[in-house]
Design a protein around this ligand. Structure first.
Ligand code: GLU
Length: 425
């Protein structure tokens, strides 16, 4: 019987499944492996009652999906966003399986989060939601089972609330269950900038293989959260001309280049860490989406999924796209961009610096011994550079786009592990 392909009404999950099936077909993956890898090992939905500051009680929906753990403990972030749902978590968990596999680190994929709007929550409300989530996912997380991390709208503080709650519930310190913790509390030097540094490393490796100097190369970075800021900063430090940045307040464009350290200082001083009101000599304010259509060498979409889509892909002028966010270019946009010969470094290669950094933090937590920032960034750079090269060479060898090549390399490693471990009934 041929495999019955799963589809989903959720755009992100449907894309994740389509990408998987297409790569699996191209690789000639056996039906049983297609069947196993197109499903998730475990999906947990929880309800979190929270007493709000005004005294009312609100119930929030929380999720944790573990896609596949053949290569090791599940790994992946927890996001706080109004659009979080089970299907989105499943799509992103699947992406984490491929990301960890491609990165060559000993993890499977996971993802979770809470459906909420953090911009409307006080710090106390956020803490209660986070601790409520921790208590409810406690049975399925652990240093050797599932290791969550920051994702959209979560960071060091949330990781500490999570770690503290579970450590108190278990009666022992459990630092290695969560990564992305502050340096002062079992975090690792270098982890904060890891994802952005990795995105920038991919951009620089790409410029190298196409014979273009990073010095003076023009760059637009969409999104000015953790990933976008360090992508922009690292490229700026290496001599690239970052001409545009953006966040939910709009885009800020200066054809002669922006002073990125000053922009970061500005955003850090804003109560919600936004660029609202940001200006520098020569800066023009644009609509957020317009950043995607600027005449630049490299476009780094580091915000949310679906930014470049069927409706706007034709307008993209960049020659190269390095995907800092997860799923920022839809498959329809991929086709349009392929016709325009735009080279795309896919998300699960480009933004894998985050999870590789998490792996370093986990190793340090398990050993109780910490590395210097220099050691950390050196190893990160080495792994990112090698992984970029592996995918670039494989794409050339198989005459496929980098995204397809990355899927094929990643799926093969997981498939081999599933085959070797076998199916336990
Ligand atoms: N949220 C990040 C990602 O999507 C990091 C995950 C992790 O470190 O586990 O890759």
């Amino acid at each position: 019987m041929p495999v019955v392909k799963r589809t989903s009404n959720n755009v992100l999950l449907d894309i994740a499944l389509k990408n998987f099936y297409a790569a699996a077909e191209e690789m000639g993956l056996e039906d049983d492996l297609i069947e196993i890898l197109s499903h998730s090992d475990r999906k947990l939905a929880v309800s979190i009652p929270v007493v709000m500051d005004d005294g009312t009680t609100k119930v929030f929906n929380g999720y944790r999906v573990q896609h596949n753990s053949a290569l090791g403990p599940n790994k992946g972030g927890l996001r706080f966003h109004p659009e979080v749902c089970m299907d989105e978590c499943e799509a992103l968990a699947m992406l984490m399986t491929w990301k960890c596999s491609l990165a060559g680190i000993p993890y499977g994929g996971g993802k979770g989060g809470v459906e909420c709007n953090p911009l409307e929550l006080s710090k106390g409300e956020k803490e209660r939601i986070t601790r409520g989530l921790a208590a409810r996912i406690e049975p399925i997380v652990g240093a050797w089972t599932d290791v969550p991390a920051p994702d959209v709208n979560t960071g060091g503080q949330e990781m500490i609330w999570l770690m503290d709650t579970i450590s108190k519930m278990r009666g022992n310190m459990e630092p290695a269950i969560f990564t992305g913790k502050p340096i002062s509390l079992w975090g690792s030097k270098g982890r904060t900038q890891a994802t952005g540094v990795g995105v920038a490393t991919c951009a620089m490796e790409l410029l190298k293989v196409v014979g273009k100097d990073v010095k003076g190369a023009t760059v637009a970075v969409q999104g000015f959260g953790n990933v976008g800021t360090f992508t922009a900063l690292t490229l700026h430090e290496h001599g690239a001309k970052v001409v545009a940045i953006s966040d939910i307040t709009g885009a800020y464009y200066a054809p002669e280049g922006l002073d990125i350290p000053a922009a970061i200082a500005f955003a850090n001083a804003h109560p919600k860490k936004l660029l609202e009101g940001f200006t520098q000599p020569g800066v023009k304010k644009l609509d957020g989406e317009e950043l995607l259509f600027l005449p630049v060498d490299v476009l780094c979409p580091c915000a949310l999924e679906g930014a470049v889509n069927a409706k706007n892909a034709e307008k993209v002028q960049a020659k190269f796209i390095v995907e800092g966010a997860n799923g920022p270019v839809t498959p329809e946009a991929d086709e349009v961009l392929a016709k325009k010969n735009v080279i795309i470094v896919p998300d699960f290669l480009a933004n894998s610096g985050g999870v590789i950094g998490s792996y370093f933090e986990w190793c340090q937590d398990l050993a109780g011994f910490f590395w210097t920032e220099e050691e950390y960034l050196k190893r990160l750079n080495q792994i990112m550079t090698e992984n970029f090269k592996r995918v670039w060479d494989y794409a050339k060898e198989k005459n496929v786009k980098m995204r397809r090549a990355a899927f094929m390399v990643a799926i093969q490693r997981v498939a081999d592990a599933v085959r070797m471990r076998g199916t336990f009934l």
